[in-house]
Design a binder for this molecule. Structure first.
Ligand code: BES
Ligand code: ZN
Ligand code: ZN
Length: 500
């Protein structure tokens, strides 16, 4: 789906549907609906007289018009003073979903008057419309082409104000690129593990790099061994011959040559069976999404490159399956990571931190990062603590955490901080190695964060546990069930505003 823009009076439009966002406050309600009476006449007047549509947030009403403009989709947005970016994303999502359900191919959305900047509002509407229509449907087959569900092809943002044109276009273009980055990430996350495994995940990153102009280097097993990445090799041991690991390095050099890079690291477990500490069968299929962090990093690099942001960004992805077999790592084994630190594998299901440890060590050795953010579907404990609506944030630098918090609120990919108090460190002490990979049931998200901290250098670092926010259990306003693409919008926002 594509979002375009148009400068036109609403009365001059013709098409399948016109969507209008309507606030519930009396004067704004009247201002939004009165001019429409000239286009939709009695059907609209009757609806308004009935009092059935009041502009209440998240309400939707369809009025049938004329041959020239077939339908009016009224979207309630609630109190005008409470219209935020998120409210606009949801309103555009309602408009696009309603139009698609009615089998329209195109819908006009009247650009609403809000207190937000034109560019920001256009971006939010574009994101909401695009993201709401995402569906992972490549594996469905149809006997007859006519059975294939009808899809909306185009959303046109319409303003009658010529002065809006430039900003409207800019916001729509940025929103389009950003939502395509999110949908690409969702596709990677939702793909089954027989499609996306280390080799094919790396191929996807390489293809995106080639298309959009960022560098991609893929390290294979021999090189990974030479580098001493014992965590990545250890987790891969169960499927070593069938599916060897990869270490993906992506670089976007949009900044000045000497500028230290912003490094993002993503957990790339393409299937997490738990290994010898095998997970129960129920729900195990969801663990094809255990590479969501990696997918977010690849999707963010793509987005940042397409937006040509003036920053240097490096993406690092350690990727492997976590499988049981005769060659698998056992509980009790000790692994040596790239920076020399040893870890006792008390539970092979706590594998994410083992591969991230090597990636963080790699960032420290080969880059002098100005900041590092890692994203990982790391712990069930984080899902228990925060559920689906907040990402767990831990880190060593207040300024970086504050930046992520602001970006998280703005994009509605919200983060909530969990404390890395040193007292928790006792839980991951090992009797035989430098650190143990599990710390018991209590504070499981925090002890995972503290494990990672052992591999962090002298740079600002934040760990984002996206175990809850990466995988939607049910449909949300503009995300279907499954991989959400979380992190792409938030990190892109951080990077767009990095210097300010
Ligand atoms: N990939 C899982 C975490 C996860 C759980 C992600 C649920 C999404 C939804 C991770 O590798 C894992 O298995 N963690 C264990 C750690 C435990 C053994 C310390 C967990 O959370 O149970
Ligand atoms: Zn696991
Ligand atoms: Zn995992």
């Amino acid at each position: 789906m594509t979002v375009t823009t148009k400068i036109s009076a609403v009365s001059a439009l013709s098409g399948e549907a016109l969507a209008v966002l309507v606030p519930e406050d009396k004067t704004q309600f009247a201002a939004a609906t009165a001019p429409l009476k000239k286009i939709f006449h009695a059907p609209l007047e009757n609806l308004l007289a009935s009092g059935d549509f009041t502009g209440k947030k998240d309400s939707v009403c369809v009025v049938y018009g004329t041959k020239k403009m077939q339908r009016l989709i009224l979207i309630g947005v609630g109190k005008a003073s409470e219209v935020t970016h998120e409210r606009l994303r949801r309103a555009a999502a309602s408009a696009a979903k309603t139009a698609q359900k009615l089998k329209a191919k195109s819908v006009h959305i009247q650009f609403p008057a809000t207190s937000l900047s034109t560019e920001d509002a256009a971006q939010a509407l574009t994101e909401g419309a695009n993201l709401s229509l995402y569906k992972f449907d490549k594996y469905f087959t149809y006997k007859n082409e006519k059975d294939r569900p009808s899809k909306l092809k185009e959303v046109v943002l319409v303003s009658s104000n010529k002065a809006d044109e430039k900003d409207l276009k800019k916001g729509a273009r940025n929103g389009q690129i950003i939502s395509e980055g999110v949908c690409f990430t969702r596709d990677l996350a939702n793909a089954p593990a027989n499609e996306i495994y280390p080799e094919t995940l790396a191929a996807q990153a390489a293809e995106s790099g080639k298309k959009y102009g960022f560098n991609v280097t893929v390290l294979e097993k021999k090189k990974i061994e030479e580098l001493g990445m014992g965590g990545l090799i250890g987790v891969n041991a169960g499927s070593a011959s069938a599916r060897p690991p990869r270490f993906i390095i992506m670089e976007w050099n949009g900044g000045a040559e000497g500028d230290k890079p912003f490094v993002i690291v993503g957990k790339g477990i393409t299937f997490d069976s738990g290994g010898i500490s095998l997970k129960p069968g129920a729900g195990m299929a969801d663990m094809k999404m255990d590479m969501h962090g990696a997918a977010t990093v690849i999707g963010t690099l793509q987005t940042v490159a397409r937006l040509k942001l003036p920053v240097n960004v490096v993406g690092l992805v350690p990727t492997t399956e976590n499988m049981p077999s005769g060659s698998a790592t056992r509980p009790g084994d000790v692994l040596r990571h790239m920076n020399g630190v040893t870890s006792e594998v008390d539970n092979t299901d706590a594998e994410g931190r083992l591969v991230l440890a090597d990636a963080l060590s790699y960032a420290d050795k080969y880059y002098k990062p100005q900041a590092v953010v890692d994203l990982a579907t790391l712990t069930g404990a984080c899902v228990i603590a925060l559920g689906q609506h907040a990402t767990g944030m831990m880190g060593n630098n207040d300024e970086l955490k504050a930046k992520l918090k602001v970006a998280g609120d703005r994009t509605y990919e919200r983060v909530c901080e969990l404390p890395l108090y040193e007292e928790y460190e006792d839980q991951i002490k090992s009797d035989i190695a430098d650190v143990k990979n599990v710390g018991g049931r209590s504070a499981g998200a925090i002890t995972a964060g503290l494990f990672l901290k052992r591999f962090v250098g002298d740079w600002p670092w934040v760990h984002l546990d996206i175990a809850g926010t990466g995988m939607a259990e049910r449909e949300m306003h503009y995300a279907p069930k499954g991989g959400t693409g979380v992190g792409v919008r938030m990190l892109t926002d951080v990077l767009r505003n990095w210097k300010s």
